[in-house]
Design a protein around this ligand. Structure first.
Ligand code: C5P
Ligand code: C5P
Length: 443
């Protein structure tokens, strides 16, 4: 793989000589951090380029792409190969989403995607962008911590492979074992009150109960405030973990014991998980440019990003409360949550992810969450427990959109999504029900 990346980087330098480049990145944490890595890389290589962040690469967006520039896509485009193959631009795609190439690629169309070489190789786009960047110049090794943020954004930190290990080493992160609560660098009472991953029943959103839990764990106030998670002694960390675990289901609790990744950012030690959440929050609150500037080290952007993060967390908490009480369509192996316009379309995926990591639905349940976006509906699907049933959600959204006859889709085995027309709302729900019920009978 590394050798292939070296060749891809050489080819890129060659084909972009004296050419203008349009860099297009996806709007989630992995996409933004990838775009930041590539922005720095192109800038340092003296390339002429402009950058754009997109929620998704729709047909309308493809039609609007510049005709006279080299197109460099990152963390998106794997679902649009056929359409892009019809353009005349030189195209480079760096992405890790599942890809199916059904037509022969024309000249000047290059793809860096681990699924093409080694399907089991689990790398996020920011890691691929970083490997590409360091293949262009050794001087870019300082960008490794951005790759770590992307990797954490895509929750891949538990699967350490050889390449990921190399990136971790190069990023100089410090790793501390503990309960994965965030923000780990802020006072614990706040971290617990706002905790959405995990959502701690009876604690999240409950100020007074948080203080009781801290007392139970033997963690006292120091002056006016509480210690942060990263400052706890081993003993305190153990007591806190026990107190939280008593309130969660054992399997779920076990998933939250792991490594904290502490990276140097703006010359301060920060929790990679928190930085990654801030980036994600800006984008989901429709401010991906601030997220990108934040990754590039802009101080003003940092202040704005932190404010946005607070607002975003309030949105998540109210979204989860809404899901808790709203009417749902519950099948044997699936649940459909149609939030309509009660949850932002950019947040519905996060809500679905949180539910899939919690113990609300049994392992293997397919969570189908829907939210309105003007005349469209954003659908996010997640497999509860990220395990089970041998079903592939990317294939499921593919077949659903095909049956509908329209809709952009994409994703992975356990997390996939699509956008459909608002007028297809009922038809889509019926299709999901029919498809999953029939599959149940077949099994
Ligand atoms: O692939 P993409 O970066 O766009 O994924 C975004 C969402 O999919 C996140 O919620 C992430 O946690 C989830 N995901 C997952 N399993 C994977 C890859 C992504 O749950 N293997
Ligand atoms: O949007 P959501 O977080 O539900 O997306 C889950 C996964 O599906 C992500 O990897 C995302 O990039 C992918 N997806 C896609 N095309 C869409 C919607 C989602 O590739 N139209």
């Amino acid at each position: 793989m590394l050798e292939h990346i070296e060749n891809f980087a050489k080819l890129f330098l060659n084909k972009t000589h004296n050419q203008k480049i349009q860099l297009i990145g996806h709007f989630d944490t992995d996409g933004i951090t990838s775009t930041a890595v590539l922005t720095k890389t192109l800038d340092r290589s003296g390339k002429f380029f402009t950058t754009k962040i997109m929620k998704q690469l729709s047909s309308e967006e493809i039609d609007k792409l510049p005709k006279d520039k080299v197109l460099l896509f990152v963390d998106l485009a794997s679902g649009s190969i056929e359409k892009l193959n019809q353009l005349n631009n030189t195209i480079f795609i760096i992405d890790h989403h599942e890809i199916k190439i059904t037509t022969e690629l024309r000249e000047n169309f290059y793809i860096l995607n681990p699924h093409i070489y080694e399907d089991s190789l689990d790398l996020c786009s920011a890691e691929l962008a970083y490997l590409f960047s360091r293949a262009i110049s050794e001087d870019n090794k300082d960008l490794a911590s951005l790759a770590i943020l992307g990797m954490i954004g895509d929750t891949m930190e538990k699967n350490i492979n050889k390449i990921r290990n190399l990136i971790i080493k190069e990023s100089e992160v410090r790793i501390k074992k503990g309960f994965l609560l965030y923000p780990s660098t802020r006072p614990l009472n706040k971290a617990l009150e706002y905790s959405s991953r995990p959502f701690i029943p009876g604690i999240t959103g409950e100020k007074h109960k948080v203080i009781e839990l801290l007392k139970e764990a033997g963690i006292e106030k120091i002056g006016k405030t509480y210690k942060a998670l990263i400052d706890l002694s081993d003993e305190e960390m153990k007591n806190l973990s026990t107190a939280i675990m008593l309130r969660l289901n054992p399997q779920e609790a076990h998933d939250y014991i792991g490594n904290l990744y502490l990276v140097k950012f703006f010359n301060k030690i920060e929790d990679a998980r928190e930085l990654s959440a801030i980036i994600n929050a800006c984008s989901r609150m429709d401010n991906s440019n601030i997220a990108l500037l934040f990754c590039l080290g802009n101080k003003e952007a940092r202040k704005k990003a932190e404010k946005m993060y607070l607002k975003y967390r309030q949105h998540i908490i109210s979204g989860l409360k809404y899901v808790d009480t709203c009417e749902k369509i519950q099948g044997k192996n699936y649940v459909i949550i149609n939030a309509k316009d009660n949850i932002k379309d950019t947040i519905i995926g996060t809500i679905a992810s949180i539910l899939s990591f919690s113990s609300v639905y049994k392992e293997g349940t397919i969570i189908v969450a829907m939210a309105y976006n003007e005349d469209k509906i954003k659908v996010s699907m997640r497999m509860a427990g990220r395990k089970g049933s041998g079903r592939n959600l990317k294939e499921l959204v593919e077949s659903l959109t095909q049956s509908l006859g329209n809709g952009e889709y994409g994703g992975h085995k356990y997390a996939a999504g699509c956008t459909i027309k608002l007028e297809d709302e009922q038809k889509f729900i019926e299709l999901v029900q029919r498809k999953l019920q029939i599959e149940m009978v077949k099994m």
